[in-house]
Design a protein around this ligand. Structure first.
Ligand code: ADE
Length: 357
């Protein structure tokens, strides 16, 4: 059975993360956790990017501190690997609060959540990752806890059932999700501190992160090699760090330096092309182009054709393909764009070209 709460440790990886270089798996889990931890910024000013969110959080945290009250509840959403968990830890560090970490799928029963909430100390931060995977009954226990610090527990069954209310210490809930649309609106409306969407990083920011990580890993990397990794990192720090580690392995085994040419060779060997697309990204584009005449094709049909989960496509592949304009989401389904066709080096069918005119 899963443990509902792991204090100060990151939540478990979920089953829908598969062996695909763009999803940073295939690496040993232990190494990943260790390095994720080492490369993660541990101070506010070390965190690169997300400037607007940082500015807004700074005000929220300073104002709460002046009022001597825990900050209000915060929700972070956006594609995986952009730093939602890192921000939660940095907020804890900035406010001097203790952080307790859990995740939606780890909270299986109302009792699990009740145990977590009643074990909080005043001022604690409770971080719930993947909050979209919390079931509705449990979510409803969270509402009064977030709103008025009360925990309503039903004891017994049938006519003798009664409700008791426990008063909880003042705490801050920080939640993260890659699927904000799956949250119910009553839950969303209770994040009174703010709902923040993490944006993809710029290539310059990713390059800065790669240089910072290289120093921590004690590897020497040429500026042009860092640029090459940045170019292929899907504007995502976690991907950049994963690629940096794989390139370091490659250079070490081949007894070579981390030059641009070696980085290109290492990443090509992993199946990552010059725009950062993995084999599964290219497979998606090829499938839409070849089997569905360029689209539009509905998500369900596409997922079935690829033997893939809809959620995996939506969470891991689509955000980047949409961001770089290789894929378009229309009310009738997904379509490959002219840029997507050009990347695949295949010509766009006439009926799609006509639509562009
Ligand atoms: N490592 C991973 N994400 C980072 C970030 N946003 N800033 C600095 N280092 C990072």
């Amino acid at each position: 059975m899963k443990k509902p709460l792991t204090k100060d440790t990151p939540p478990e990886k979920t089953a829908d993360v598969e062996a695909d270089p763009s999803r940073h798996v295939g690496e040993a889990e232990a190494e990943s956790n260790f390095l994720d931890h080492t490369l993660r910024p541990s101070r506010w000013d070390e965190y690169i990017g997300q400037k607007n969110i940082k500015e807004n959080l700074r005000i929220l945290l300073d104002a709460a501190k002046e009022r001597n009250h825990p900050p209000e509840h915060i929700l972070f959403y956006g594609p995986p690997g952009l730093g939602k968990t890192t921000l939660a830890h940095l907020i804890a560090k900035e406010t001097g609060a203790q952080i307790k970490v859990t995740s939606g799928p780890a909270i299986e029963k109302v009792g699990d959540l009740a145990a977590i909430l009643t074990n909080l100390s005043p001022g604690d931060i409770l971080f719930i990752d993947e909050i979209h995977r919390l079931n509705r009954t449990i979510e409803e226990v969270l509402y009064p806890a977030m709103e008025s610090g009360a925990l309503d527990i039903i004891i017994g069954k049938g006519p003798s059932a009664r409700t008791i209310q426990l008063e909880l210490p003042a705490f801050t809930l920080i939640a993260a999700t890659t699927r904000v649309a799956l949250l119910s609106s009553p839950l969303r409306s209770r994040f009174s501190g703010g709902i923040f969407r993490l944006e993809f990083y710029t290539e310059a920011e990713i390059k800065e992160i790669i240089h910072r990580s290289s120093k921590i890993l004690k590897v020497t990397i040429e500026g042009s090699a860092a640029e090459e990794i940045a170019k292929r990192s899907r504007f995502t720090p976690r991907t950049a760090n994963y690629f940096l580690k794989r390139c370091r392995d490659f250079a070490q085994i081949k007894k070579m330096d981390l030059t641009r040419e070696n980085v290109k060779e290492a990443l090509t060997l992993l199946g990552i092309d010059e725009r950062g697309l993995s084999p599964s990204d290219r497979n998606i584009l090829h499938t839409i182009a070849n089997k569905f005449n360029g689209g539009p094709v509905g998500l369900g049909t596409l997922a079935a054709s690829l033997s893939e989960e809809e959620a995996t496509l939506e969470e891991f592949n689509e955000p980047y393909l949409l961001q770089i304009g290789f894929l378009e989401r229309t009310p009738r389904g997904r379509t490959v764009t002219a840029a997507g066709y050009s990347h695949l080096s295949i010509s766009m069918p006439a009926h799609l070209q006509e639509k562009l005119l």
